[in-house]
Design a protein around this ligand. Structure first.
Ligand code: IVH
Length: 708
């Protein structure tokens, strides 16, 4: 197969795997195999940059930040919905439209969740996602295409192939089923969709993901979001798509806003169906994520009963829904009924009762997280919210308490959303009796008593004592977690026991645990002890990026750890690096660079590293798929330092030259430096290189070394 065919096949195949993973929740290849396909795709794209199209999976992330969003006019108004608060309201709505059109009497209804997210409008030209916009005022929205591209559930090209791909991928690009759909042969390949299709959906964050996002933000000292909707809104409106890409946004699509077709260009077009129920199936068959709890009913009463079952079951949806939408299934009829203001007559939002109550704030406690962040937690007079007894609520951070003027003893308005931790909206100031007390944040850590600190530009307060017992528990939890060292069978209860009896004082102590020690713990028999020891031993084979994640350095998550593992061959290397070197890595700002250098500079952490090394927890490898740079370039594995002015190459130019040859440029000379590149008027780096015996090259020498 020629490179161009392979390229197209890879794009389609990766998009299909992406769809299986993010939309169908049914992947058929491992992450490593997926990465391998992406690496191959990137490789082809680096050789043929002119082949890259907007539907390439590589285009999801990495677009540059903009300073504002452009305006987009929607092809049709993006309407809203009228509300019904209960069955009686819904029946009144029905009566009203029945009087306008007696066909309503025999009408069917499709019921869907009313997702509490952000409405977005997605444009596809000849099957390729070309533009995405916010709802705005319904007429004009904002262009957030680059941000929406990062949402994995949004297909970049439709229809998404649902063929049974294997990693080896010697197959045809479409399944036999699809071939028949497309007309039976590859030459007749025609998109069974309009040339121009505009759909609408709701972007949101699942409740579990929302909690994880907030935990991550809090650990990094950043502001947390009040609720999943705010988190989705804040994430979509980032000016930097690279940030949006790190947010767990997803989408469900429910409407065709507009479509156009040039009949002669596409005679076999499949038109969007005229029934809401069928439209949802159609959208799904094209690869759009569609709710799986929609149902169609023959009568309004059945639709209402179904809606009411979801009022009770709303926590099981996994995301926030503030009601169900009851829609006339016949979209033609709905259109004819017209609208009142911005609300179409053909549909109604049947709202669930709000889950907000007032109760008394008895106290404010403070939790200490893994990175030492102190988070205030409300202790409430127990109250029932939507069938659940609530005793605690989050207060986000100390600034939030001050901004909202929340006082101990206040009546407070509390909201519970899904399985998300309830949060305090604010105090009911009218209910104050005068005995409420203003809260003063602690000056010392509630777990270890040491003074707390504040970092520039962050909202959080930290306990910076590495030996703080509260942090140790969280640290260990993080160290053994799935995304880090993945030590199975080491739950929080065991972690707490190990710390309480002094067997574990830092994460390295896990590697010296013995069978006898484990057997002495509550609930441990031979098999459990052996399994745990095996899991601990197994974790020594985790690659370098996982160990870097596990160390829990401030601001270093999965992506940064991957980058570090690509740049440094071991923790020895990383621990000798300078902030300037780190900042030269794309995506590393001064804060993260400083946090990394600071982490390695602490004697307690050096001690920890020493212990890990002694116990052979010292990976030097990273997964091969990480290495996007071919290793057979002239400068592969070599590190250069440049000093002085070179005859022809500028500072940037020499860096680009070295990197293009597979080499690395660092800022300071060490015994690991392979060559010093010397120009006129060099600085102290020259002396250092001489004293360490580092080989010295001039510009010509450098070019010769590259074989030029
Ligand atoms: S239909 C003519 N369906 O709710 C179509 N809207 O309060 C009108 N929403 O702005 C919208 N889930 O952002 C529809 N399944 C769903 C929805 C839904 C959420 C949002 C949408 C709309 C708001 C109206």
């Amino acid at each position: 197969m020629d490179a161009f065919s392979r390229y197209n096949q890879l794009k389609q195949e990766i998009n299909a795997h992406n769809h299986r993973y993010h939309v169908l929740d049914n992947p058929i290849i491992s992450d490593v195999e997926y990465d391998r396909l992406l690496v191959e795709l990137r490789q082809i794209e680096s050789e043929h940059p002119d082949w890259v199209t907007p539907d390439s999976p590589t285009q999801r992330a990495g677009a540059v930040a903009s300073d504002k969003f452009e305006k987009v006019k929607h092809p049709r108004p993006i309407l809203s919905l009228a509300n019904a608060f209960g069955a009686a309201d819904a029946r009144t709505w029905y009566e009203r439209i029945r009087k306008l059109d007696d066909r309503v009497e025999r009408a069917k209804f499709t019921v869907e969740p009313k997702i509490d997210g952000l409405s977005v409008v997605l444009h596809y030209r000849d099957g390729v996602f070309v533009q995405g916009a916010t709802r705005g005022d319904g007429e004009i929205g904002e262009d957030i295409t680059a941000n929406l591209r990062t949402v994995r559930a949004i297909p970049l090209q439709i229809p998404v192939d649902s063929g049974q791909w294997t990693a080896s991928s010697g197959q045809k690009p479409v399944s036999s089923e699809q071939l028949s759909l497309f007309g039976g042969a590859e030459e007749n390949y025609q998109l069974p969709i309009p040339n121009y299709l505009v759909v609408r959906g709701e972007v949101f964050i699942n409740n579990k993901e929302f909690e994880r996002l907030n935990t991550r933000l809090a650990e990094n000292g950043e502001k947390t979001y009040m609720n999943p909707r705010n988190a989705a809104a804040g994430s979509l409106r980032q000016l930097s798509p690279a940030i949006t890409a790190t947010r767990p946004l997803t989408i469900l699509v429910y409407q065709v806003v507009y479509w156009e077709n040039e009949a002669q260009k596409n005679p076999d077009i499949l038109y969007p169906p005229g029934s809401q129920w069928e439209l949802l199936q159609w959208l799904k068959s094209l690869g759009f994520p569609v709710t799986d709890v929609a149902r169609r009913f023959d009568a309004l009463d059945e639709a209402i009963s179904y809606t009411e079952t979801w009022d009770e079951g709303r926590d099981n949806l996994g995301y926030e829904a503030d009601g169900m939408v009851i829609k006339l299934d016949d979209l033609g009829m709905a259109l004819e009924l017209g609208f009142v203001g911005k609300d179409p007559r053909g549909a109604i939002a049947f709202k669930f009762p709000a889950r907000e109550v007032t109760t008394t704030l008895l106290n404010i406690e403070v939790d200490v997280g893994r990175t030492g962040v102190l988070t205030p937690k409300a202790v409430l007079e127990a109250v029932e919210i939507g069938g659940v007894i609530v005793r605690n609520a989050t207060l986000h951070n100390f600034d939030y308490i001050a901004e909202k003027d929340i006082r101990i003893g206040d009546r407070v308005l509390v909201k519970r959303a899904g399985e998300v931790i309830p949060y305090i909206i604010g105090p009911v100031t009218d209910a104050r009796g005068g005995a409420e007390t203003i809260y003063i944040p602690p000056q010392t850590c509630p777990a270890c008593g040491q003074a707390v600190e504040h970092f520039e530009g962050e909202v959080a307060w930290y306990c910076v004592n590495a030996a703080c017992p509260a942090q140790l528990v969280r640290n260990l939890e993080h160290f053994v977690s799935r995304g880090a060292m993945d030590i199975n069978g080491l739950g929080i209860k065991i972690v707490e026991q190990l710390i309480a009896i002094g067997l574990v004082r830092d994460v390295a102590d896990l590697y010296t645990l013995t069978r006898e020690q484990l057997l002495a713990l509550e609930g441990f028999a031979n098999k459990k002890a052996d399994n745990l020891l095996a899991a601990i031993a197994e974790s020594k084979t985790q690659p370098l990026n996982r160990l870097i994640i596990a160390l829990g350095i401030h601001g270093v998550g999965e992506v940064a750890a991957g980058d570090l593992a690509r740049h440094f061959s071991s923790l020895d290397d990383l621990s000798e690096t300078s902030a300037a070197d780190l900042e030269s890595i794309e995506g590393f700002g001064p804060n993260t660079a400083a946090a990394i250098v600071d982490w390695f500079a602490r004697p307690a952490n050096q001690n920890l590293l020493q212990k890990l090394k002694e116990n052979n927890v010292w990976p030097v490898s990273i997964p091969s798929t990480f290495n996007l740079q071919p290793s057979n370039l002239p400068f592969s594995g070599l590190t250069f330092v440049v000093t002085g002015t070179l005859p022809t190459l500028s500072r940037e130019g020499v860096k680009e030259f070295i990197e293009a040859q597979g080499g690395k440029v660092t800022d300071s000379v060490s015994k690991k430096t392979s060559y010093l590149v010397l120009g006129e008027n060099p600085g102290s780096k020259h002396d250092k290189a001489l004293s360490l015996g580092v080989p010295i090259l001039d510009e010509d020498g450098l070019k010769k070394l590259a074989g030029q």
